[in-house]
Design a protein around this ligand. Structure first.
Ligand code: 8QM
Length: 394
């Protein structure tokens, strides 16, 4: 059977507003589809997306995980030493990040993260209404994450336009990317400066990564780049994830009631939001040899777009996929990826999500949406620009 073609544009405002009918069409078209606008292959079913993620030898990251093929064009920004590499380089850089962001290191942050979430949600509960994106989904990670990295207080807001630019850069060079680049001019210089060893406090994760230059695990030229990776990946993603969870709990009030009755579900409520909304919607791989995907022959050197969000609602894998259900077994979703590139910071993300949701469950009987939510358009990240809400008192 020939590979079917689709003219769906997954990097357009219409798609960002409501990707779900297009996701379904792509899943139903076949295990692999050609996106005629971009000349790339795409997979939207869970089985094929998972299989690609788990086979780095055939589906390489070293030619870039965006639309741009580094074998054909000079990368438009310095490639990440972990995201945009294969073993053995990938393993060397990843190992340092994994050691610094170990479960034990993250566990030590719990008390502080819970206290900050409690204080922030407490203050918001006192207000008549607020924006759940700016005032909580952005404010919380912008406080706890740079603190944990060992960064100074000033100008942390630059992390958002920086991430917005990078995540747009995985898509085509469209108006969203152009705008994001323009909006991130100051932020880029600032992030590069903050990644230097002398600008990171000795007890933070940043210093932990720089220490790898002393042991010879990384070079002094590599460590700032590996810090920058963590700064890139660690903010906009958790902003989108926490925003998704609040949006889910506001739209599914029976699930919020359940969370209040069983606060131990906070962690899974966040996990299920990552499945349901899937902050990181897409990534590419490039084939290193002729292979097959879902029984279809594919040539060497093909870019393959993985629709993580579509896989996370594939009815072949999930019962009632469009329902947000905080009691479901959400494990197995690909919102954090899978295989050797699976999110290295997921323990940190999960701790942030859990702390915010637990704080909301303690302080509110329900989350009421008081105005029109506005979506943020980004070539890779799915999230809201604004979500006006009010916490209804217990
Ligand atoms: C996305 O620079 C990096 O290493 C990097 C950037 C973005 C991500 C991951 C890594 C997946 C969260």
């Amino acid at each position: 059977m020939p590979i079917p073609a689709s003219d769906i544009d997954p990097f357009s405002a219409a798609f960002f507003e409501d990707p779900f009918p297009a996701h379904e069409a792509l899943r139903e078209a076949g295990p692999v589809v050609r996106l005629s606008r971009y000349g790339v292959l795409a997979c939207a079913r869970h089985a094929e997306v998972k299989a690609i993620l788990d086979d780095w030898r055939t589906f390489s990251s070293a030619r870039g995980v965006g639309l741009q093929d580094f074998a054909k064009e000079k990368p438009s920004r310095p490639p990440s030493l972990v995201l945009e590499t294969d073993p053995p380089l990938h393993d060397r850089t990843r190992k340092v990040q994994a050691r610094v962001l170990s479960p034990a290191a993250i566990a030590r942050l719990r008390e502080t993260f819970a206290a900050v979430a409690g204080a922030m949600v407490g203050a918001l509960a006192e207000r008549g209404g607020f924006d759940a994106v700016a005032d909580l989904a952005e404010a919380y990670p912008l406080t706890v994450f740079p603190d944990a990295m060992g960064m100074p207080r000033e100008n942390r807001g630059h992390l958002l336009p920086f991430g917005n630019m990078v995540f747009n850069s995985f898509g085509p060079r469209n108006a969203f990317l152009e705008q994001a680049v323009a909006d991130a001019r100051e932020a880029v210089a600032w992030v590069f400066e903050q990644s230097k060893r002398e600008n990171l406090a000795p007890e933070g994760f940043g210093a932990g990564i720089h220490a790898a230059a002393d042991t010879g695990d990384l070079t002094a030229e590599e460590t700032p780049q590996v810090v920058r990776s963590v700064l890139t990946a660690g903010v906009d993603t958790t902003v989108s994830g926490i925003g998704a969870a609040i949006y889910c709990l506001a739209r599914f009030p029976e699930q919020f009631a359940r969370l209040r009755a069983e606060p131990g579900l906070a962690r899974n409520a966040f996990e299920e939001a990552v499945r349901h909304e899937t902050p990181v919607q897409t990534f590419f791989r490039t084939t290193t040899r002729a292979t097959e995907i879902g029984g279809e022959s594919v040539e060497e050197g093909e870019k393959v777009l993985m629709f993580l969000g579509a896989a996370n609602r594939d009815p072949r894998r999930w019962e009632r996929p469009d329902e947000y259900d905080i009691g479901r077994r959400a494990a197995g979703h690909v919102g954090f990826g899978s295989g050797i590139h699976a999110c290295v910071g997921m323990a940190l993300a999960r701790l942030e999500g859990e702390c915010v949701l637990a704080a909301l469950a303690r302080r509110a009987a329900r989350i009421e949406i008081t105005g029109e939510p506005r979506r943020r358009y980004n070539n890779t990240l799915r999230g809201l620009a604004s979500l006006p809400v009010r916490l209804v008192a217990t």
